[in-house]
Design a protein around this ligand. Structure first.
Ligand code: IMP
Ligand code: MG
Length: 178
């Protein structure tokens, strides 16, 4: 086991079957819709690229990047847009894909921002959810795994830009970031 890992929380096999399950639900809900899947960079990139392969309805994809964390493990509460969408979402059925919802501050900012552009609908899909840490209420439509209040990395999720390439999700040893 790699020396930063305290424990493996979710294996790559568990992730894969959950991704297929989420994609099936999305496929059923977006028949006859005008789906645009929006990934929140960089954390959601790995999850989103796996997810869309199993969504069996026509879709387009776009990306947005916001920052709230800097290099710390605690949310600053300040959300800044770093990269905006490339296409208009007016009249579209938007599905925001996130890696993890923690305080909810990032997503509530994004939802408000995207809703102001006149989409037909906005829904949320997140791989991970840490409900204990929520500061603002966010309605999640598709959720992979509820996890405890521990700092996790892997499958796109980083600590200070590292560990995104790990195929599984693990809890980082506290001495690595405290
Ligand atoms: P929120 O605004 O507090 O909900 O933060 C959401 C963002 O914080 C996520 O998209 C992640 O980028 C980051 N984040 C939250 N928890 C973790 C974690 O355990 N590991 C790595 N990044 C995290
Ligand atoms: Mg993120």
């Amino acid at each position: 086991m790699k020396d930063y890992i305290k424990k493996i929380l979710i294996t790559s096999e568990e992730i894969e079957s959950k991704v297929k399950e989420l994609a099936n639900g999305i496929t059923n809900d977006y028949k006859d819709k005008d789906l645009v899947v929006i990934g929140v960079l960089k954390g959601a990139a790995v999850f989103m690229s796996d997810l869309i392969k199993y969504i069996d309805v026509p879709l387009t994809m776009d990306f947005i990047a916001v920052s709230s964390y800097g290099r710390s493990t605690e949310s600053s509460g300040v959300v800044k847009m770093i990269k905006d969408l490339e296409e208009s979402i007016e009249g579209k059925d938007v599905l925001i894909v996130e890696d993890i919802i923690d305080t909810g501050l990032t997503l509530s900012y994004l939802i408000e921002n995207l809703k102001s552009r006149g989409p037909r609908s906005v829904r949320i899909c997140t791989l991970l959810d840490k409900p204990e840490r929520r500061k603002v209420d966010v309605k999640v439509d598709y959720m992979g795994f509820k996890i405890p209040d521990e700092f996790v990395v892997g499958y796109g999720i980083d600590f200070a830009e590292n560990y995104r390439n790990s195929p599984f999700i693990s809890v980082v040893k506290e001495e690595c970031y405290k």
